[in-house]
Design a protein around this ligand. Structure first.
Ligand SMILES: [Fe+2]
Length: 294
């Protein structure tokens, strides 16, 4: 895929700098009433095929390098570009609103591009507690009160390209939602992970809500995982790491297609099938949306 930045010219003239104050709108995700409200608004992964054309994805590819505000990488070599992603939403508003009715009510759009050589381990994509706390601290210092009546809602994942292009990989969304700030899940794990999120090493210490809003009995939080599903799709993940989880949606991570999922839903990606050649790198875009708590 090749992008000529001159093709951005018209958009350049209309270019806007969007303020990213995602966490400044947010309620405390540890408040029991907030948790209950979130539990009542959960629903499964929704997958839409052939939404974004090659031209759409070239535009997104160029935007990552020319319009984002920040770039960083982590220890497994994943490069993240973020800031100004509201511009992507504005450009593809019609398609995104169609796939995710309610996206238009989010006062801000967050997320990041990720260019990665690695499959992603188990995590949720809500919001980092430290980002939320520092925004709250700043408000106190400035003595102003924001309209904090929102919570993380749904995230949209847009696969942009895979290299080599024909290689298959998957996204697995589990039934379990951890309604809390962002975490990585490494049940019974002893090795450090390349992440800036706090790590849960014992599923029995946390609560999982299911997609229907009910609370999973904690006694099931160390129940063995479906070994058949693990061997087929997530063979690279230790069985003990998956204890307490059940697969909800397994879908292809395929450029052109797109899917949305609950911000609190545990999910992972894979390197493809074990007996097929693996992909080397891929570029994807995560867009995150808020929901007002009534
Ligand atoms: Fe994620």
């Amino acid at each position: 895929m090749k992008v000529n930045i001159k093709s951005f010219e018209k958009d350049m003239t209309e270019y806007k700098k969007y303020i990213l104050d995602y966490e400044a709108w947010m309620l405390n995700l540890r408040d029991p009433d907030v948790v209950q409200n979130i539990a009542e608004h959960l629903y499964p992964v929704e997958y839409t095929e052939s939404v974004f054309t090659q031209e759409d994805r070239e535009w997104m590819y160029g935007y990552a390098w020319h319009r984002c505000d920040t770039v960083r990488h982590n220890d497994n070599g994943t490069v993240f570009m973020s800031g100004n992603l509201q511009g992507v939403y504005e450009k593809f508003k019609e398609k995104i609103d169609f796939m995710l009715p309610g996206a238009e009510d989010s006062p801000v759009v967050g997320g990041n591009y990720f260019l990665t050589p690695e499959q992603y381990g188990l995590h949720n994509d809500s919001t980092r507690e430290s980002d939320w706390a520092s925004k709250l601290e700043r408000e106190k210092k400035e003595r102003r009160r924001r309209d904090r009546s929102y919570v993380p809602w749904r995230n949209i994942l847009i696969p942009i390209w895979t290299a080599p292009a024909e290689r298959t990989s998957h996204f697995v969304g589990f039934d379990q939602r951890h309604i809390d700030f962002a975490h990585v899940y490494n049940n019974k794990g002893k090795q450090p992970l390349a992440t800036t999120y706090p790590i849960v090493t014992d599923h029995r210490m946390i609560d999982f809500h299911l997609g229907d809003g009910s609370l999973q009995d904690r006694n099931l939080n160390d129940k063995p995982y479906d070994e058949e599903h693990r061997k087929k799709y997530i063979y690279h993940t230790r069985a003990s790491r998956l204890e307490g989880l059940t697969p909800e949606t397994t879908c292809e991570w395929k450029p052109g297609d797109c899917f949305s999922f609950d911000a609190f839903q545990l999910h992972t990606t894979n390197m493809g099938f074990e007996d097929e050649p693996r992909w080397r790198t891929k570029l994807g875009l995560l867009l995150t949306f808020l929901r007002r708590v009534d």
